[in-house]
Write a protein that binds this ligand. Structure first.
Ligand code: NDP
Length: 444
């Protein structure tokens, strides 16, 4: 065992290897091993070990009143991972599965992702073990207000700028921002993903899903291919999944699956733009959106059906972490899948990630491919700071440039495996260089 492995073991002992911070650290250490072997100054300055530990973790009690006037209690967290290249930035997730271990892993990955955007933003992640499912609008308002009443003292436009993530969309961001503004008595861009009526940016809602497809198009272009006529399987039916589907369809791909936590929606002849737009418009209006889509269109919904069972050229997981297992990977490769692009963060299980290195397939990690959302959030911050909103096309063009540039950095830094660039190692090395150089320059 080398010193980094020992360090990881000591600092993360006991964490769950499937979802955890320990597994992410081990994956990064493995991707960076060759680079560290040739860069003595990074090893001497203990860049990896210092980056492995978040700069600060905030944990707080969120007590709120439900509609029956009963006090409910949740736990909230903010992991402020790295401020090396800018103020902390990363999403907030409200989900019963949220725990500190997962948030530490996501915050670590966020610092790498944010570095790849080329924009001056550090990394963070936060959230609460609260489920908005089945809660009334007023309960969600009360929860968001209680959450921000604790969090506000730790954030601000030059300190930490949270955004949305799973179950934190326009509505929740509106409530969180409203409470922040009420307490600090200042209108400032301390939260991104806001409505365009009060400081939100064009393209922010679409940015992650569109960015995933722009990244994919850069990868295909290098192989002198395009998305036209390619069969694509997407998991999830939320913000990232639906916008990735829309952009892929606009590029003439045939998107044949979407999914949610309860089942799989398929359309073997390919979803149409009209169908995806209906899903986007009805996202929050149905108890089970995908089941309702089956009543609306000629599409097929199967409950309790796993996402990765249809043959495709390209798979884009866009639901949640650890959603694509080794078994799914084997099945995809066997059926001829040539590219997997992570729309969700840490979509592949640790086992699948280890195995993919030996497969004849391109793999793009989320920290590179889904960076479009945070990039446009940063443009939202600069529009807020300068009171100068940009138009839709100007932002979409910047998003395309940023995603092409992220792809280039990954490809240029990648180690070659099976005659293909290993974009996972490329993303890790490119980001690590940026963070490490900043760390060394700023002293101990
Ligand atoms: P949403 O909440 O809008 O959508 C999540 C989708 O995934 C829903 O369809 C949900 O189904 C499904 N899902 C959630 N958990 C599971 C599960 N355990 N099994 C199967 N399906 C599940 O989230 P987003 O689209 O915003 O985010 C998706 C992923 O993308 C996350 O990993 C997030 O961290 C990542 N991401 C998001 C960004 C953004 O800008 N939104 C930016 C970068 C990354 P159901 O409704 O049934 O729960």
């Amino acid at each position: 065992m080398n010193s980094i492995d020992t360090f990881i073991e000591q600092r993360t002992g006991g964490s769950n290897p499937q979802t955890s911070y320990g597994a992410v650290l081990k994956q990064e250490a493995s991707a960076l091993r060759g680079f560290l072997g040739q860069n003595d100054s990074f090893t001497r300055h203990k860049v990896f070990e210092r980056l492995a530990l978040p700069e600060r973790i905030i944990e707080f009690n969120v007590s709120w009143l439900d509609d029956q006037d009963v006090v409910q209690i949740n736990t909230g967290w903010r992991v402020q991972h790295s401020s090396l290249i800018g103020p902390y930035k990363g999403g907030l997730r409200f989900h019963p599965d949220v725990n500190l271990d997962t948030l530490k892993a996501l915050a670590f990955e966020q610092s790498f992702k944010n570095a790849l955007t080329g924009l001056p933003i550090g990394g963070a992640k936060g959230g609460a073990d609260f489920s908005p499912k089945g809660k009334s609008d007023t309960e969600i308002l009360r929860f968001c207000q209680a959450f921000m009443t604790e969090l506000y003292r730790h954030i601000g436009p030059a300190r930490d700028i949270p955004a949305g993530d799973i179950n934190v969309g326009l509505r929740e961001i509106g409530y969180l921002f409203g409470q922040y503004k009420r307490i600090v008595n200042q209108f400032e861009g301390a939260v991104t993903g806001k409505s365009r009526h009060f400081g939100g940016s064009h393209v922010r809602t679409e940015a992650t899903g569109f960015g995933v497809v722009y990244f994919l198009q850069s990868l295909l272009k290098e192989q002198e291919q395009t998305l036209e006529g390619k069969t694509v399987c997407i998991s999830g039916a939320g913000n990232v999944a639906l916008h990735a589907a829309l952009k892929a369809i606009q590029a003439q791909a045939k998107v044949i699956t979407l999914s949610n936590s309860r089942g799989l929606l398929t359309n073997e002849s390919g979803f149409t733009e009209e169908q995806i737009n209906w899903l986007l418009e009805n996202q929050y209006k149905h108890d089970n959106l995908l089941e309702s889509a089956e009543q609306e269109f000629d599409v097929n919904y199967r409950s309790d059906s796993p996402a990765w069972q249809m043959a495709c050229d390209i798979a884009i997981p866009c639901a949640t972490q650890n959603e694509l297992t080794l078994e799914h990977l084997e099945k995809l490769v066997e059926s001829g899948c040539q590219v997997i692009v992570e729309g969700s963060n840490m979509a592949l299980t640790d086992e699948a990630l280890q195995a993919i290195k030996d497969k004849d397939i391109y793999f793009a990690p989320g920290k590179a491919a889904n960076a479009g959302g945070v990039a446009i959030s940063t443009l939202e911050m600069s529009q807020n700071a300068t009171f100068s909103p940009l138009d839709y096309d100007a932002i979409d063009e910047q998003l395309q440039d940023i995603m092409q540039n992220i792809y280039r950095q990954c490809a240029d830094n990648a180690i070659e495996r099976n005659g293909k660039p290993d974009l996972h190692s490329g993303a890790s090395i490119a980001a690590f260089k940026i963070l490490g150089e900043a760390m060394i320059a700023q002293g101990v």
